[in-house]
Design a binder for this molecule. Structure first.
Ligand SMILES: Nc1nc2c(ncn2[C@@H]2O[C@H](COP(=O)(O)OP(=O)(O)OP(=O)(O)O)[C@@H](O)[C@H]2O)c(=O)[nH]1
Length: 457
C-alpha cells in the first residue's frame, strides 16, 4: 500500500489492534470490563475481537512488507470466518462456534442472560471491511473505498443509538465494538485516501476545506438537534417535535450550502482576478507596459482578417533605436530603461487609433498599421521617427542629444513571420544606410539585391 497520503490510517490501525487485544486479554484473564465496557450492556464477542486483530495485522503487514502474500492471507482467513458466520445467521447452523475462542465464557454469558454475540450488523460491517481490503489488493480502488464507506454506516448507527439511548440502534454491538468498528472502517478508508471522495475531503484546497467543515457540521448538528427532539418526545410525548426537527435540518442544510457558496464565491473571485492579471501580464512587456510579441502575433492575425474583409493593406513597421548600446554605456542602464519607456510612450501616442505598437524585445519595437495605402506608409513611418526624435528623456537628451530610430516597413505577405522578416530586412537596410531613416521593403528589388532601397526623408 502507498501510505504517503494515507498516513492517518496507521495510528488508528494500531489503536484498533490494541483495543481488540485488550478485549482478548479480558477474556483470557477474566477481566469482564475489558470486553464489556458498560456493565450489563453488550460485550465484544471474542470472534469479533479476533477478526479485528487479523484485519489490523493484514493492514500492518501491507505497509511493512512489499509482498501481497501475507496481507492477503490475513484477509482471506476473516473472509472465510465471516462467510461461515453469515451461513450461521441465515440458516441456524453452528459453523462459527467451532472456531470461536473462549467459547466457555460466551456460553456462560448466555446462561447468565448477558448479551455476548456477534450480530448481523457486526458481521456485515467486518465483511465490508474485508471486501474493502481484498478489492484494494486486487486494485479495485473505488470499490474498496465504497465498501469501507458502507461499512462505516454500521458503527455510526450504533453510535447514534448509544448517544440517544436507543437500544434497537446498537443491538448486540458493544460500545467497544462500535469504537473499533469506526476505527477499522476509517483505516480501510485511509488506504484509498489518494483517490475519489476521500482525496477530495482531505484536499488542502478550498474544496477539501469546505467538505471537511460540511462533514463535521453535517453529522454533529442533526445529531444534537435529534437528541433534543428525542428528549422532548420522551419527556412530554410531543410528536410534533419531529416536524420541527425536519424543518430545522432542512434549514441547516440550506444554511450550510449558502455559507459554502459565499465562501467559494469569495475565493473564486480572488482566483478570477489573479487569472485576469496573469493573462494581462502574459501579453504585456514588463518595462514599457506595451503589448509584447505574443500579443503582437495575436493582434496581427485579427487585423489581417479585418484587412481581408475590407480589402485594405496591413503593414508591419519594424523599429529599432539607433546605437542603443551607447545609450546604456554612456548614461547607464537605468537611463537606458527610461529611454525605452519614453520611446514606447511616444510611439503609442503617435500611432493611429486602430494600429498597434508593441515591444518585440530589447530596443526593438513593431507597429501593425492598417488601411494605409503604399504612398502613405513612408509618411506615417517618418512621422513616428520625428516624434521619437522630438522626445525629451530626462537625464539623457539634455546631455547626449536626440534619440533616433530606424524603421523598416513591409506590406503583409504570405504570413506574419515572413512579413516580419521582410520588415526586418528593410530595417537592416536603414541601419546600413546610416540609421535615423525609413526603408520600405520592395519585393521586386529583392530578387536582384538582398535589401531594398533606403529612403531618407
Ligand atoms: N537599458 C536596457 N538595455 C537593454 C534592454 N534590452 C536590451 N538592451 C541593450 O540594448 C543594446 C542593444 O545593442 P545592439 O543590439 O548592439 O544595438 P545598438 O547598440 O542599438 O546598435 P544598432 O541597433 O546597430 O544601432 C544592448 O546593449 C542591450 O544590452 C533593456 O531592457 N534595458
Amino acid at each position: 500500500m502507498n501510505y504517503n497520503a494515507q498516513s492517518f490510517g496507521k495510528p488508528i490501525n494500531i489503536i484498533t489492534l490494541i483495543l481488540s487485544l485488550l478485549a482478548i486479554i479480558g477474556y483470557a484473564f477474566n477481566i469482564e470490563s475489558l470486553y464489556r465496557p458498560i456493565t450489563g450492556g453488550p460485550a465484544t464477542h471474542p470472534l469479533t475481537a479476533t477478526l479485528i486483530i487479523l484485519l489490523t495485522i493484514s493492514n500492518l503487514l501491507s505497509y511493512l512488507s512489499h509482498s501481497r502474500k501475507w496481507p492477503l492471507t490475513f484477509v482471506l482467513i476473516p473472509l472465510a470466518i465471516l462467510i461461515s458466520k453469515l451461513i450461521d445467521l441465515s440458516s441456524d447452523t453452528n459453523l462459527s462456534v467451532h472456531i470461536t475462542p473462549f467459547l466457555s465464557v460466551v456460553e456462560q454469558d448466555t446462561l447468565d442472560n448477558k448479551s455476548n454475540t456477534m450480530g448481523l450488523n457486526t458481521t456485515l460491517m467486518l465483511l465490508l471491511v474485508t471486501l474493502s481490503y481484498l478489492s484494494f489488493f486486487s486494485r479495485y480502488l473505488i470499490f474498496s473505498q465504497l465498501c469501507a464507506f458502507l461499512a462505516l454506516s454500521f458503527p455510526m448507527v450504533s453510535i447514534t443509538g448509544y448517544a440517544y439511548g436507543l437500544e434497537s440502534f446498537y443491538g448486540d454491538m458493544s460500545l467497544l465494538s462500535t469504537t473499533f468498528g469506526v476505527f477499522i472502517c476509517l483505516t480501510a478508508l485511509s488506504i484509498t485516501a489518494n483517490i475519489g471522495g476521500i482525496k477530495a475531503i482531505l484536499s488542502p484546497y478550498i474544496g477539501g476545506r469546505i467538505a471537511r467543515v460540511q462533514v463535521v457540521l453535517g453529522y454533529t448538528v442533526p445529531l444534537i438537534i435529534g437528541y433534543m427532539v428525542i428528549l422532548s418526545v420522551v419527556n412530554s410525548n410531543q410528536i410534533g417535535a419531529f416536524g420541527i426537527y425536519v424543518v430545522a435540518i432542512s434549514w441547516f442544510i440550506i444554511l450550510l450550502v449558502v455559507a459554502s457558496a459565499i465562501f467559494q464565491e469569495r475565493v473564486d473571485f480572488q482566483r478570477r482576478a489573479v487569472e485576469h492579471a496573469l493573462i494581462a501580464a502574459s501579453f504585456t512587456d514588463y518595462l514599457t507596459t506595451l503589448p509584447n510579441r505574443r500579443r503582437f502575433m495575436e493582434r496581427a492575425e485579427q487585423l489581417l482578417q479585418q484587412c481581408i474583409e475590407d480589402d485594405s493593406d496591413l503593414w508591419v513597421l519594424m523599429i529599432d533605436i539607433d546605437h542603443f548600446k551607447k545609450v546604456n554605456d554612456s548614461a547607464g542602464h537605468a537611463v537606458g530603461d527610461q529611454v525605452l519607456i519614453q520611446v514606447a510612450q511616444t510611439l503609442s501616442q503617435s500611432i493611429e487609433k486602430e494600429d498597434l505598437v508593441c515591444r518585440l524585445g530589447g530596443e526593438e519595437f513593431a507597429v501593425l498599421a492598417i488601411r494605409k495605402p503604399q504612398s502613405n506608409i513612408t509618411d506615417y513611418a517618418n512621422k513616428l521617427r520625428e516624434s521619437v526624435a522630438a522626445t525629451v528623456v530626462d537625464g539623457y537628451t539634455e546631455l547626449y542629444g536626440k534619440v533616433s530610430i530606424s524603421l523598416g516597413c513591409s506590406l503583409f505577405k504570405n504570413s506574419i513571420d515572413s512579413t516580419l522578416q521582410s520588415a526586418d530586412e528593410a530595417l537592416y537596410t536603414s541601419k546600413e544606410s546610416g540609421r535615423n531613416r525609413v526603408t520600405v521593403y520592395k519585393p521586386s528589388e529583392v530578387q536582384n539585391s538582398p535589401y531594398s532601397a533606403a529612403c531618407k526623408i
